[in-house]
Design a protein around this ligand. Structure first.
Ligand SMILES: [Ca+2]
Length: 519
């Protein structure tokens, strides 16, 4: 038996602390978490119960775990034009790294838009700013993209807008009108182009090495579905005139599913228009309805949530494979919260921000509880039949590859899912369905363990599967008893083993210890 015959990976992840504070049977009306904010752009949930919020004019604010908005910012930069997206490093619990997308005036700085990495101290202040990527993303104060997020593959994805120059999104040697993909190991190497980026072959120019997808106009939200695939929201032209096959095409906001190396068409096609070699959206607002979608979030229920600015409501889609099933429109109309910008799922809630004024500090962070339901069986079953790309005549066949993820990436995805449900949610359900899409069809064991100093870990939940698309993480008796008590502050570990069927030996290939329980 060679070492190659077996593969074991271990990863220790913080999963405790994040417990829904409300037990709602259904998704109800949004409640106010904090007010008095100026263009709150991104909500970032910290493991210790605090929440960071970017205010677009150049501040990061802190909402304490008791929902009190701290008066002084965690970080501010009066020289910045905009603070946009934020992301927590996957190993945040040990390295405390927070990433922020900042734009400066183009006229004063050719490296106008940047990704800056900080260390979050124990008082939730952002310290030690270090620019990790500034490779020439232009800014114009409006079409700047600006969402950043870590994918299930541990890479950092960055959306950039066309800065009102429609020539840039189709130009692979421009970083604008793109979704970029960067290495972010959390130290040296942050901001490098991953070797498996679609245009990172030997001899390619520097800029296109960072491109993951292109032909975007003003991408606003990105997140990953239950199968681990990226989706994106994007603003359409809303009546702008430009050179194209049809003049003055309006609205046409888009929800796209993003594939490696694919071209999403702007400005050649918009909305539902199609052309060989280009991708059309899964959903478009059409040419008479303007959504202006803000962020995008998949809930623990596997549904896609998109808050709308101009549309002034929340879109809620069931997703199976590449298609929507049902669609709900929530919180619109008189008496509703108005323009909605960001959506973030976590702690058992969907978190939203309002954006009714760009001049007054009177905007709010809202949250709505999830009902505790997991993804639909159809959504999970569809993962097994999906190719790496949606395929078809208009796919870029030369750059499509089947999705293959590492066990570590799968663990990151599962831990996110567990955090979304919360320990109390897990206790209530007794089990949690996890997708193993992208992993080899080998025997898989997942354990949720409680670490105990000087003693063997206590196994709280176990999942086993061979080649099935999904596995069920089921609570053990010890797990039920532990989670029935107050589960805060536990040091919990999610650990997985993948080995060939009948494999007699296995090898521990990785252990990352994350200190949990304090923040
Ligand atoms: Ca498009």
């Amino acid at each position: 038996m060679t070492l190659r015959a077996a593969l074991i990976a271990c990863l220790v992840l913080l999963v405790g602390l994040l417990v829904p504070r409300a037990e709602a049977a259904v998704v109800g009306e949004p409640t106010v978490v904090a007010g008095g904010l100026e263009v709150p752009w991104e909500v970032l949930l910290l493991p210790d119960g605090r929440t960071l919020v970017t205010e677009r004019p150049g501040r990061v604010r802190v909402i304490e775990a008791n929902d009190v908005l701290r008066p002084e910012p965690a970080y501010s930069d009066p020289a910045a034009v905009k603070f946009l997206g934020m992301a927590l490093h996957p190993n945040f619990a040990s390295n405390r790294f927070v990433y922020l997308y900042v734009t400066y005036a183009q006229s004063q700085n050719p490296n106008a838009s940047r990704v800056i990495r900080f260390v979050l101290d124990q008082n939730a202040n952002l310290t030690s700013p270090e620019t990790v990527f500034q490779g020439g993303i232009k800014s114009d104060g409006n079409h700047d993209g600006g969402r950043i997020a870590f994918g299930p593959d541990g890479k950092l994805y960055v959306t950039t807008g066309d800065v009102h120059d429609p020539a840039l999104p189709q130009d692979l040697d421009s970083l604008n009108g793109k979704i970029l993909r960067l290495e972010a190991p959390g130290g040296p190497g942050d901001g490098a182009a991953p070797a498996d980026n679609p245009f990172n072959a030997a001899g390619e120019s520097r800029l296109r090495r960072f491109v993951w997808s292109y032909g975007h106009r003003h991408p606003q939200g990105i997140d990953w579905d239950v199968c681990g695939r990226m989706w994106e929201t994007e603003h359409g032209p809303s009546g702008e005139a430009y050179t194209g096959s049809i003049p003055n095409r309006g609205s046409r906001d888009e929800i796209n599913r993003i594939d490696r190396g694919a071209n999403y068409g702007w400005p050649v096609i918009v909305g539902d228009e199609a052309r060989a070699g280009m991708r059309s959206p899964v959903v478009s607002s059409g040419d008479s309805t303007t959504w202006a979608p803000g962020g995008l979030a998949f809930g623990p229920d596997g549904r896609l949530y998109s808050p709308l600015l101009a549309g002034q409501r929340l879109l809620d889609f069931g997703i199976v494979g590449d298609s929507t099933t049902d669609r709900r429109e929530l919180f619109g109309g008189a008496g509703g919260p108005g323009r909605l910008r960001d959506a973030t799922a976590g702690r058992g809630f969907l978190w939203l921000t309002t954006s009714n004024s760009t001049t007054a500090a009177d905007e709010r962070v809202l949250r709505v509880p999830f009902d505790g339901a997991g993804p639909s069986p159809a959504a999970l079953a569809a993962c097994s039949t999906l190719p790496g790309g949606s395929g078809g005549a208009d796919s870029n066949a030369d750059v499509q590859t089947p999705v293959r993820i590492s066990l570590k990436d799968a663990l990151l995805r599962w831990s996110r899912r567990l955090r979304g449900v919360g320990l109390r949610g897990l206790a209530r359900r007794g089990s949690l369905t996890l997708s193993r899409y992208g992993l080899p069809a080998r025997a898989l064991t997942i354990r949720l363990e409680r670490r105990r100093r000087g003693r063997r870990p206590l196994v709280l939940a176990v999942a086993r599967g061979n080649a099935a698309t999904v596995v069920k993480l089921r609570l053990t008796k010890a797990g039920r008893e532990t989670l029935r008590r107050r589960p805060q502050g536990l040091r919990l570990v999610l650990r997985a083993t993948l080995r060939k069927a009948g494999g007699a030996s296995s090898r521990r290939s990785r252990v990352v210890v994350v200190r949990a329980g304090r923040g």
